[in-house]
Design a protein around this ligand. Sequence first.
Ligand code: NDP
Length: 256
Amino acid sequence: ALAVVLVGNDPASQVYVRNKIKKTEAAGMRSVAYDLSETTTQEGLMHLIQQLNQDKAIHAILVQLPLPLHINSHEVICAIAPEKDVDGFHPVNVGLLSTGKSGVVPCTPLGIIKLLAGVCPDLTGMHAVVLGRSNIVGKPLVHLLSQANCTVSLLHSRTRDISSYVQQADILIVAVGKPAMVQADWIKPGAIIIDVGINRIILTDGTQKLVGDVDFAQVKNKAGAITPVPGGVGPMTIACLLENTLNLARKHCVTK
Ligand code: NDP
């Protein structure tokens, strides 16, 4: 079973968690939801994680991020047993990924690698440009792309002349959180574009819409392949969460 821990009332997190639970159950796996109040203490949350670590019926633990500001997220992630860390955020799993050993790989980067494999089975020698250096997307991707024999550039908010790097990208992965940041004139014709961003914008008629970080309407005419938002990376993230859950449960059965 997958334990899903949500602390507080962040509407986006509530939607993500509900979706993850629904898909886990649709795939025939059990999930157990822990909805904790905004005022949950560090000690209370650490205690729950310890219980879940020891519970033999729980094979995978997911703590939805971001946590409320009074909680030390790093301490919480470190408390999850690495063999139940379904998101692959524990330093043990981060270390295994960075040294090319098998551990739990974070769901969004894993989903992106599967998407790339679908359009281009051999990435050897390609220049992959990753825009955004977060621990959950950009940094793990650098290791995975390098293991796939890409040459990798990791860009961030302090990078000078971002467009000059993007123009050289055979593969461009954007995980920044800024609507329509990447424009068509930045793109090398035929490049593979993976848009990770999820931004909620309000249209002139007052309705809301989800958009990515890439100007999809313009860029799609120049790209060799491009992922849409919504769709694309989001569903792959969930699919990889299910795969990671299943793999952790299988390992548990083997080692029991
Ligand atoms: P973070 O906020 O943790 O990281 C954003 C990154 O973008 C940072 O590295 C930051 O640089 C960089 N950045 C910010 N502004 C600029 C700029 N103007 N130019 C260049 N780089 C910039 O974000 P996440 O990685 O958590 O998420 C990124 C986006 O992806 C969000 O929209 C999020 O909702 C979405 N997301 C989608 C998922 C999915 O399943 N589809 C999963 C996870 C995230 P610096 O480090 O210098 O501050």
